[in-house]
Write a protein that binds this ligand. Structure first.
Ligand code: NAD
Length: 418
């Protein structure tokens, strides 16, 4: 059964909905509609793994290659029990629009394995990672399709994947991004998505006439994206008043001590709950907090029509992909909440992945300062372009972002010929 939110809409249908609105606004050639909306290729594979117990377990793995008009397919690999083809398809198309919006020469793809990495040993995870690459070997390559980390995967998993690909094809660091720096990974890649969230949040704060020191922030999801966004925004002067993870949230109106909180989370079985410098609250309470900026940085479909009316934040910065349902998005728009959409807000990861890929192909490396400067330049330009189109066309930031991205992919498609 496809996974639907409680209003019956799957994630891929939600993205298709935004695509249709934006395509209509730019008068997209009807011949291109179906072609650009749907993925080029979808691959489902079996990943049989002998678990530590000696039992054979078969996991399902997916890779969806959505569009490569502007460059090789590019997108992360998710290890999570909820992974299914609908989600991977939606995430793959978001990658196409994201890469186009921030103007990196990539197309869009996404992959995933339906497994629970939290309950697997390092050995088991390594077997899944290597087997995934063996099964995908036919369709990936440094000029064909380049995976990266996402929820439940990390630089260690990218290292195993690169190594596995190299066994057959020879050393090929450009086959994945998000690798450890020692294996050709980019400095700053690990925190790049959170850094991009910080840059776009600051741009929105500035547009509202506020200074970072006046701003309070709540973050839902305290993993890679959430933690880096929290730390970097705090460094800029913002007050991080609440963060939440899958177990619950913690709140301190005076601001949380993030270094202590991260240590607490590591010590306490991956939860922020029970932190002595804050009060435990539920994730629903976090979403309804009286704060300026709310950053959903966990999973899709978190803000829906049941909790959107309670949101008091002035700005939502979508660290996660697809954190708002259709109804949630509509309610926030009606209530005048500014939304910085995922395809811009969390594009820092793909931008620095692009730098990593270029460095690998050139067998050269850049310094952190250069990487962060270039990341800022690209996001700042894309933010300004999005806001300009939104104002000119009187549409939401999300539709403006899709309009820009679809136009670019359509133009590349036109020039190549379908
Ligand atoms: P992660 O696995 O490192 O962290 C996810 C966090 O969300 C964890 O703290 C987890 O406890 C929390 N979480 C999960 N389910 C939750 C729930 N129901 N309620 C509250 N918290 C919950 O993953 P990540 O890499 O930080 O990715 C987070 C989001 O950002 C995903 O949507 C991902 O697709 C998107 N994203 C990630 C990157 C990247 O570079 N990592 C790039 C672009 C987009």
């Amino acid at each position: 059964m496809p996974k639907k939110n409680h209003t019956g809409m799957t994630f891929d249908k939600l993205i298709e909905h935004y695509f249709n609105i934006a395509a209509d606004k730019i008068n997209l050639n009807p011949e291109y509609l179906t072609f650009l909306k749907n993925p080029y290729r979808e691959l489902q594979v079996q990943i049989p793994v002998r678990m530590d117990t000696g039992k054979l377990q078969i996991f399902l793995g997916y890779r969806v290659q959505h569009n490569a008009a502007r460059g090789p397919y590019k997108g992360g690999i998710r290890f999570h029990p909820r992974v299914d083809l609908h989600d991977v398809r939606a995430l793959a198309s978001l990658m196409t629009w994201k890469s186009a919006l921030v103007d990196v020469p990539f197309g869009g793809a996404k992959g995933g394995v339906a497994c629970n990495p939290k309950k697997m040993s390092k050995e088991e995870l390594q077997k899944v990672s290597r087997s995934f690459i063996n099964k995908m070997d036919l369709v990936i390559g440094p000029h064909r399709d380049i995976p990266a980390p996402d929820v439940g995967t990390n630089e260690q998993i990218m290292a195993w994947m690169m190594d596995q690909y190299g066994i057959k094809h020879g050393h090929t660091p450009a086959i994945v991004t998000g690798k450890p720096v020692v294996l050709g990974g980019s400095p700053e890649r690990q925190g790049a998505t959170g850094r991009g969230v910080m840059y776009t949040a600051l741009a929105a704060i500035k547009d509202m006439g506020m200074e970072p020191e006046q701003v309070s922030v709540a973050i839902h999801g305290f993993g890679n994206v959430g933690q880096f966004a929290a730390k970097l925004l705090q460094d800029e002067g913002c007050k991080i008043v609440a963060v939440g993870d899958s177990a619950g949230a913690v709140y301190n109106p005076k601001g949380l001590n993030l270094n202590d909180l991260i240590k607490h989370k590591q010590k306490n079985g991956s939860t922020v709950m029970g932190f002595s410098n804050g009060k435990d609250i539920s994730n629903e309470e976090l979403l309804a907090l009286n704060c300026d900026v709310l950053i959903p940085a966990s999973l899709e479909g978190i803000i829906d029509e049941r909790n959107a009316p309670n949101v008091k934040a002035k700005v939502i910065v979508e660290g996660a992909n697809g954190p708002l349902t259709l109804e949630g998005d509509r309610i926030l728009e009606e209530n005048g909440v500014i939304v910085i959409p995922d395809i811009l807000a969390n594009a820092g990861g793909v931008i620095v992945s692009y730098f990593e890929w270029v460095m690998n192909l050139q067998e050269f490396s850049w310094e952190s300062k250069e990487i962060n400067r270039e990341l800022y330049k690209r996001l700042d330009k894309s933010y300004k372009e999005m806001v300009k189109v939104a104002k000119k066309e009187n549409v939401s930031n999300r539709i403006a972002a899709f309009m820009i991205a679809i136009s670019r992919v359509a133009e590349a498609t036109h020039m190549r010929g379908i």
